[in-house]
Design a protein around this ligand. Structure first.
Ligand code: HEC
Length: 173
């Protein structure tokens, strides 16, 4: 009886420990605009890959994104601004409804985060140019909330030779 009690106490400590470790590690789960962006970005159907290739690329020297590998895709609306090599047309401005998703990988197989640009000027979370900025982990945890309106992203994405904020053409010519 005594040893059974001991086991139970140890077990409950372990469970509490595991619980708190994982809840410390997990970001807040996406709701509202973040959830909407997450749901839209998880599906890959109907998207076109940058340069028509779904192979992983090594992140560029200019990347503000910590993960070593990436690949970027465009929904059908955004793809109207891609040329025949699936690079962005010079001087393009993306139309309403354009969704650009960069998948970030921590190694060759594990997708860990989505970096998202969605043109939706009607959104309360849109920046001055109508873009909504999403940064959401593959498990649905919010890395940077859309309500921040890209405040930590815009200055870097406004650098010379961006096309409507896009940097893939510049760093992967
Ligand atoms: C210090 C610079 C820097 C910061 C800060 C930054 N990015 Fe990026 N981002 C890049 C670069 C460079 C690329 C091109 C691909 C690469 O090398 O990662 C890129 C690519 C992207 C793309 C793919 C579309 C394209 O062509 O640019 C998206 C979407 C994106 N970033 C979203 C974000 C979001 C959301 C944030 C803020 C939470 C952010 N970025 C912050 C530099 C930055």
């Amino acid at each position: 009886m005594e040893s059974k009690l001991k086991t139970m106490i140890v077990l409950s400590f372990c469970l509490a420990g595991i619980g708190s470790v994982s809840s410390c590690k997990k970001e807040k789960q996406a709701t509202g605009t973040d959830k909407e962006l997450y749901e839209m970005s998880k599906v890959t159907d109907g998207f076109i890959w940058f340069k028509n290739s779904g192979s992983l690329l090594n992140k560029s020297a200019g990347s503000g994104h910590p993960q070593p590998f990436l690949r970027t895709r465009y929904n059908a609306v955004a793809a109207t601004k891609l040329d025949s090599n699936a690079k962005i047309m010079n001087g393009a401005t993306f139309p309403e409804g354009s969704l650009i998703v960069k998948e970030l990988y921590e190694n060759s197989t594990s997708l860990v985060r989505y970096a998202i640009l969605y043109k939706n000027s009607g959104s309360a979370d849109a920046d001055a140019r109508g873009w909504v900025w999403g940064y959401i982990n593959a498990d649905g945890g919010v890395a940077t909330a859309a309500s921040k309106k890209g405040s930590s992203c815009i200055s870097c994405h406004s650098q010379a030779d961006n096309i409507d904020y896009m940097l893939m053409n510049k760093y992967f010519p």
